[in-house]
Design a protein around this ligand. Structure first.
Ligand SMILES: Nc1ncnc2c1ncn2[C@@H]1O[C@H](COP(=O)(O)OP(=O)(O)O)[C@@H](O)[C@H]1O
Ligand SMILES: [Mg+2]
Length: 247
């Protein structure tokens, strides 16, 4: 299953979820590929990867084969990214198959994996559209505040556009509330609003607010490498199990 972690809002837990869901699934013996598909390279940095490693950009330019840019990290395979990705975006603007560039690179290796997780950038960019064209499913992470509802509306629309135009089988795996503190009234109100007004599946698992999730990237490691007993590790393991039970 190819899952794009996408939301047009920045800071909504996409990268944290890509890493920790990916490593959780790898811990459950699934074969996982994580694709850092944000030119900011936050996923790569958070896993302690050198920013000079070859990236998907080198595959795109023909300088490397895909197998030469994949490296193993905490049991998951990872394709890193850095600012070079922004150059792909520029170079493909005028190419006829510009929406299918990532699909053409990943299709030959996709059967090697149970899960391919793509960490998207927040913008509605060509890169994000490429990820949605390749994906089977979308997870949208969301903070339980009012501005995030606007973000959810926007990504829902983008997903529908890509589904109708280029990828018939694309659908939502689920909306995932992150950084949740249900003692806040607004969190409960936003949650109720989503249930009543969006025709989107909501995961049973929420990711609670947990400082260990903020600390882990500075140790170059997932929450499982940094603190296995934290609520963050427990919540991402629950999410992985929920996905495995239902799919
Ligand atoms: N459950 C959580 N509890 C506390 N902080 C979180 C949680 N999830 C994410 N964060 C923090 O929120 C910030 C944004 O998260 P990030 O995953 O980088 O978002 P995005 O990739 O959508 O921009 C980061 O500093 C991250 O550590
Ligand atoms: Mg990110």
């Amino acid at each position: 299953m190819i899952v794009a972690i996408a939301n047009h809002k920045g800071g909504s837990g996409k990268t944290t979820t890509s890493i920790n869901l990916g490593v959780a699934l790898a811990n459950l013996d699934k074969k996982v590929l994580l694709i850092d598909f944000d030119p900011q390279g936050n996923l790569s940095y958070s896993l302690g990867l050198d920013e000079n490693l070859p990236t998907i950009f080198d595959v795109f330019t023909g300088d490397k084969e895909i197998k030469d840019v994949v490296i193993n990290c905490e049991g998951a395979d990872v394709i890193p990214a850095n600012m070079d990705l922004a150059d792909i975006e520029l170079s493909i603007q005028s190419v006829e198959n510009r929406l299918f560039v990532l699909k053409e690179i990943i299709d030959p290796i996709k059967d090697q994996y149970d899960f391919i997780i793509i960490d998207c950038s927040p913008s509605k960019s060509l890169l994000t559209i490429n990820a949605l064209v390749l994906a089977d499913k979308v997870i949208s992470t969301i903070l339980l505040d009012v501005l995030s509802l606007q973000g959810l509306n926007q990504i829902n629309k983008t997903v529908n556009d890509v589904k109708n135009g280029f990828n018939n089988s694309l659908s939502f795996l689920g909306v995932l509330p992150v950084n949740v503190d249900l003692r806040n009234n607004i969190s409960n109100e936003v949650l109720d609003y989503i249930k009543e007004n969006f025709d989107l599946p909501l995961f049973d698992t929420f990711i609670r607010s947990n400082v260990k999730l903020i600390e882990a990237p500075s140790h170059g490691s997932s929450i499982f490498g940094y603190n296995r007993n934290s609520n963050g590790a427990k919540d991402y393991l629950s999410l992985a199990k929920e996905i495995l039970i239902n799919n």
